[in-house]
Design a protein around this ligand. Sequence first.
Ligand SMILES: [Fe+2]
Ligand SMILES: [Fe+2]
Length: 407
Amino acid sequence: MQAVQTDKLKPGQILAEEVRDVNGRLLLAKGNKIKSNHIRIFKIWGIAEVNVAGARRGKDRFDSRLDPELVEQAAENMKFLCRYVDLEQPAVKEIFKIAVLFRCRHNLVEPEGYLHFQERAIPERVQKVNFLEELNKKKIVLPEIPSVVFELNEVIANPMSSAEHIAEVVNRSPSLTALLLKIVNSSFYGFPSKIDKVSHAVTLIGTREIYGLALGISILSIFKNIPKEIIDMYSFLKHSLACAILSRVIAAHLNSSQTEQLFVSGLLHDLGRLILYIHFPNESHNIIARSINEASLLYKEEKDYLGCDHAQVGRQLLKQWKLPMLLENNVFYHHKPSAAQQPIPAAIVHLADLMVNSLGIGSSGERFVPPLDHDAWENLELSPSCFEKLIGQAIHQFEALESILNV
Ligand SMILES: [Fe+2]
Ligand SMILES: [Fe+2]
């Protein structure tokens, strides 16, 4: 019997020891012949290696077949994008290394000079406004809470509620029902037979997980019709989903009991930006153009032009909707988690956001890797040596769920 890294497994090999996920659920019993579907499920659940009958231990996880010039160019790209990050900081150093390889393997390397010269025309007559003042004067009306979110909150807040109650609420929205069933039937969960009822899905994956998925999906779907000239919503959703998954993976690694809230927080962390894009399309265009031309951070430009940044706007919306305090905490402080009342969960979303921006999975409009909050990083007590495993696990989960974004 030998341990083999999941990446090196070949269909047909015989499993020498049972494999279980983080929750103890049996993924494959000892003695089974491994199929490609099993390998995919192992990757999704972050199983780094399994014991296989009569195999030899695999070698280095990273192959050395990448073109050195491509790697060098990716590193140049990253140095430009990391201009607001301390590249000597150990966590950043590790993320940088992983992101360079990821960008090479996923065709995300830009040619020399491309990132430096993307000047955008700044529209004329763009006035500075004060978003929060406008909001107080009721010149801006924030979107209403989607009724399904409101009802889900009620159900979740009631300790007497059952899986059936949750399913009943979800079933009232046909589009949400279709999407949830698509998710639970995706390779992410890898259930052997098709699930065609929400109530069945709730019993299988749990009340809190369904609530989190339904909450995030319903909220983001309000914004799905924002014109492409303002923001590429597909790219925005990719950024949000990747941040959600990474937040959950980091939280699980830290044995947090709040993994589902962290998933939703990651999904909604840049939500405020969508409000800004809707209410102030010209100003948003100007803010984005300025951040490109001046090579400045988008959230700093937001503050300059609108008197507040997207994190404040996001909090305002969640507050109005009376969503759980932890979500507000994580969304409001995702760029400065050490100042949060609950600094650890906010730091998890912060780190996930930094990782996703480095990897270049989608974008919420920010071009640069946002700076690391060093105190928040210290609070997490994480070792950068686990990043490769955590990011690898999150990428496999993201790939299994990405198809839901096409709905
Ligand atoms: Fe942000
Ligand atoms: Fe973000």
